[in-house]
Write a protein that binds this ligand. Sequence first.
Ligand code: FAD
Length: 208
Amino acid sequence: MGPRCHFVHYGLRGGGLLNQVAVFESPKARARREDWGTPDELTEAFARTCEFVRGGLPHLWREKWWRMYDRDPIGTWVDGRLALLGDAAHPPLQYLAQGAIMAIEDGWVLAEHARRLRVAGGTVDWTAVLAAYQAVRPEHCRRVVLTARSWGELWHLDGIEREHRNAFLRARAVDDYSFIDWLYGPTALFPEDEAAMFEPVSLDSISV
Ligand SMILES: Cc1cc2nc3c(=O)[nH]c(=O)nc-3n(C[C@H](O)[C@H](O)[C@H](O)COP(=O)(O)OP(=O)(O)OC[C@H]3O[C@@H](n4cnc5c(N)ncnc54)[C@H](O)[C@@H]3O)c2cc1C
């Protein structure tokens, strides 16, 4: 994490490929009243990061880059026999890496309710299945989409806010997952099974 930027890398294909992702905000684009930076701004955007990260930048493929979009959560995904799922229902920013996860969970929840609501003769009560899906998924995904936004803001902080964030993170135990237990716990099939969210902490309350 750095001011207005972050860098992620992880192994793929059993360690045969190292995937690197560089994300930055572009002051130049803002000055041009455009939303998006370009690959040639990348080195400058990471100028204040540590040597290890700067050392990785020349190895990035720069011809592939993504604009970042999300959308305000919507509460209604079902209309008659039509249901939204995946990005069509809840496109998130990438900070929690949950876009595909939510799509898979949507499919699983639909399938589980279809299995549960199979009526005599093997037919499925689709009205009840879609109602059960609508009852549980929009709220979970609303939390993910909105938390992903604030996660990104937290990562990119600068100045005194960055100092507060770093002091807060340094004080935490490395095996304390209480801020993400709600995300990585079992997928809820019913609203009452949805895990409680964490209590937000005000950065101003952290001493540096
Ligand atoms: C760089 C990057 C990294 C990501 N990393 C992660 C990650 O680490 N973890 C994670 O959980 N998620 C990640 N995501 C997000 C994830 O890829 C998406 O959330 C997920 O693919 C959404 O799945 P989907 O099936 O809803 O939509 P899509 O995967 O977009 O599938 C929609 C499909 O519909 C097709 N289509 C569109 N219009 C039509 C049409 N009119 N007729 C027929 N077909 C059509 C499209 O071609 C496409 O194949 C990442 C995304 C990107 C871009």
